[in-house]
Design a protein around this ligand. Structure first.
Ligand code: ZN
Length: 286
């Protein structure tokens, strides 16, 4: 799933390749991906892309005052093509959701793998019309995200830090992968309660967030959109690496599974060597 660093890189890529170009036509192959109807998506035809922004994991193309907002969700991706096929795609076939043709024949596909279709496209006059954008917490790479901001977020919350970091209304842009990475860098248990953080813990976590995301953005800068996914995987230290060796201490990375996701962590680095209870496993054993 693309998170802040990947969406930031896609935004940078589109700033370079799409800004200044006019939209020729947009093909909607998966009608369920289009979440708004006013203005219609055809209102974008002939208008020039004047800017590209990112809000959390949302990508925002400013098309001469109308906004095309994209949320790639879990299995979505943006594929740039220097030359798009001009024929309209057959609806409902394959992973293609939306195809954006630019006036020079280039453009991009929004695709989504798997059966759960959650990729979302919005055409709005103001990005804040999109509920998921309106409710976003502060951006961790924004100038106004300080240690004090984070302290205010954690203060008094009886919530496990892993879940809090992933909550888009608390902090924007961090998902399952980078929350694992941040907690490994901070050497903290994913189950540590936010309310238990000391001043020193808050500073440690803050540094880990800014460093982990900053480095990931730096790594993917200039990487072509098609190579971003591989780049993300290579840069991860614990996420998706259960059973492998921790690159810091050599211990075996462990996993806790939930209904529809899993987290990975290093016991030596993060939990004093103790394995965390895997609730799904213990439930099965009962
Ligand atoms: Zn370790």
């Amino acid at each position: 799933m693309p998170e802040l660093p990947e969406v930031e890189s896609l935004a940078a890529f589109l700033r370079e390749h799409a800004v200044g170009r006019a939209i020729a036509r947009i093909d909607v192959a998966a009608i369920s991906s289009l979440k708004t109807y006013d203005p219609p998506i055809t209102a974008l035809n002939g208008l020039t892309i004047t800017g590209v922004a990112r809000y959390g994991k949302f990508l925002d193309l400013d098309v001469d005052g109308i906004h095309l907002l994209i949320h790639l969700s879990r299995a979505g991706w943006l594929r740039w093509k220097d030359a798009l096929p001009p024929a309209p795609p057959r609806p409902g076939k394959g992973p293609l959701a939306v195809r954006v043709h630019l006036d020079d024949g280039s453009g991009f596909d929004l695709t989504e793998a798997g059966t759960q279709k959650r990729l979302a496209v919005y055409v709005v006059r103001d990005p804040a019309e999109v509920p998921g954008v309106r409710s976003l917490g502060p951006d961790p790479l924004g100038a106004d995200f300080t240690v004090e901001t984070l302290r205010g977020i954690l203060d008094g919350r009886r919530t496990q830090i892993k879940g809090l970091l992933r909550d888009q209304s608390v902090i924007a842009g961090i998902g399952n992968a980078y929350s694992d990475e941040v907690l490994h860098v901070a050497r903290m248990s994913p189950f540590k309660l936010a309310a238990s953080f000391t001043d020193e813990d808050v500073t440690t976590l803050y540094d880990a967030i800014v460093r982990t995301l900053g480095e990931a953005v730096e790594r993917s800068r200039g990487v072509a959109a098609k190579d971003l996914k591989g780049e993300k995987k290579e840069g991860l230290r614990v996420h998706g690496r259960a059973g492998q060796k921790c690159p810091v201490c050599g211990d075996t990375i462990k996993e806790v599974s939930f209904a529809d996701s899993a987290l990975q962590y290093c016991p030596t680095c993060q939990t004093g060597g103790k394995p965390l209870a895997d609730r799904r496993m213990s439930r099965l054993l009962k």
